[in-house]
Write a protein that binds this ligand. Structure first.
Ligand code: SF4
Ligand code: SF4
Length: 459
């Protein structure tokens, strides 16, 4: 493995000139209420909940409808008020998942609350109340794998730093940027609660230097809160602006960039005294603890080759097909539709014409992206080492790919395939257009599975 750089994280790429983000970053978020929602019982891979509703039930927005049945799960709430039409398996990104389909009735009032326009007095809220709110509100990461937030905060490890991830380093996505701009007080109040809940000394709200307006908005809110005396001197919340480089928002990369700490191989951020949470989660913390609203809505970027790109605030369970239609449909026939950003998001449809369902919005869906189909053909590797130079995990992707294709999993393991973060930098840079990250990620999964099996045998 390669040694770390003096400043920031090693490797990485600059996949964008900014045009992709400019498609949506200056457009205010619009609200959209669909006629019905399909709330999946598994909001992230492996996060299975048992549904507690049946057809004909009347539910209220925010009412508990699913209880966790797996380590990766968080409580699940109705995202709209209305009648449960059905509880059945639906196809979502190639898998059949049990879902609750609700016909939308009365809409949630969007009246502004005081914590959404000024610093909130949180002195009377205890750490236990914050942790209970995070758990009961069904909060999860809102940018990556959708890890349940309470699992990070209920740690035995000593935490001294909290990183709020507003880097949004993936091209095209701007939902976090708009959230920081339009919900600055919810973000600031949520971060203060998370700081108290984590027991950390300092919280850093981190973003790349391509978002100066967001940095300004949050700095001004913090200053105003301090001036009014509501934000106390013991609440150390700082804004951290970082160079624009992908994957700056990767958990390990962010920790290296901000704190210069390296998470040990196979370890977690808590091992180096850090919790990393997405900026969307901070708003969700404020909504739950100060507004008594569990996580039932989120902002989604709909962009790329669609007629009118934009950001939409939608209930969880909204149909991605309906959102693309709302944006005027696709503008290129030979296309690929991606759930999330172009570097890490899975392709959910090719040559999509708007007929079939795409997928349903979950708590960690950041975007829907339509790209023209590139029709690249893979060529043999020319051993240029380009993939190794850009790998932020310090791996040698072409060697892992070769070992994986030869089914030599011992070699995959000795090449540290378990450390792949599936960032896509290697595929992006490869002149032979090899599907490197798909294979290095599969190699990682096989190696991790073998490691787990060995650990079970030993115990
Ligand atoms: S996908 Fe994995 S192997 Fe490829 S650059 Fe990212 S971390 Fe490295
Ligand atoms: S970048 Fe592509 S061609 Fe170059 S070494 Fe890596 S896999 Fe081979």
């Amino acid at each position: 493995m390669r040694k770390k750089e003096k400043n920031g994280f090693p490797g990485g790429v600059h996949p964008t000139d900014g045009y992709d983000k400019s498609l949506t970053m200056d457009i205010p978020v619009k609200e959209f209420w669909p006629d019905q929602v399909t709330v999946l019982s598994e909001q992230s891979f492996g996060g299975k909940c048992g549904l507690r509703v049946k057809p004909g039930d009347q539910v209220k927005a925010g009412e508990l409808i699913g209880v966790p049945e797996a380590f990766m799960a968080a409580p699940l709430h109705a995202s709209v008020s209305g009648e449960v039409l059905d509880v059945k398996e639906v196809s979502n990104q190639g898998r059949d998942i049990l879902a609750c389909i609700i016909k939308t009735g009365e809409k949630v009032s969007s009246e502004e609350k005081s914590y959404e326009r000024e610093a909130a007095d949180i002195s009377g809220i205890s750490r236990d109340e914050i942790l209970a709110g995070i758990r009961d509100g069904g909060l999860t990461g809102m940018g990556g794998a959708g890890f349940p937030t309470h699992k990070k905060y209920e740690t035995d490890k000593e935490i001294d730093a909290l990183l709020i991830n507003g880097a949004e380093c993936e091209p095209f996505l701007t939902c976090d940027y708009r959230l920081m701009l339009e919900h600055r007080w919810s973000v600031v109040n949520g971060v203060r609660l998370m700081l108290k809940g984590s027991g950390a000394k300092t919280a850093y709200i981190c973003m790349e230097d391509n978002k100066p307006e967001a940095a300004k908005a949050l700095s001004e809110a913090l200053e105003a809160g301090k001036k009014s005396g509501v934000i106390g001197t013991e609440e150390d919340v700082q804004i951290k602006v970082l160079p624009t480089k992908y994957p700056q928002g990767g958990e390990r990369q962010l920790i290296e960039s901000v704190l210069g700490r390296e998470v040990p191989m196979g370890g977690l951020p808590a091992d180096v005294g850090v919790i990393v949470s997405n900026v969307g989660t901070s708003k969700a913390v404020a909504d739950m603890i100060l507004g008594r609203q569990p996580l039932t809505r989120r902002i989604v970027t709909v962009t790329g080759w669609v007629k009118n790109p934009g950001n939409y605030l939608v209930p969880i369970g909204t149909s991605a097909k309906e959102l693309v239609q709302l944006c005027g449909g696709v503008t290129v026939k030979n296309n690929r539709v991606i759930a999330g950003g172009p570097m890490t998001g899975p392709c959910v449809a090719s040559d999509w014409e708007g007929e079939s369902e795409l997928f349903y919005i979950t708590k960690n869906t950041s975007g829907i992206l339509v790209l023209p189909d590139s029709q690249w053909e893979e060529q043999p590797c020319i051993r240029c080492e380009g993939c190794a130079k850009v790998c932020p995990a310090g791996l040698i992707p072409y060697q892992i790919e070769f070992a994986y294709m030869e089914e030599d999993y011992d070699l995959c393991e000795s090449l540290y395939a378990s450390e792949c973060i599936a960032c896509g930098c290697c595929s992006y840079t490869c002149p032979a257009k090899r599907e490197l990250s798909v294979r290095t990620r599969m190699a990682r999964d096989v190696v991790k599975q073998r490691m787990r099996e060995r650990a079970v045998k030993k115990s």
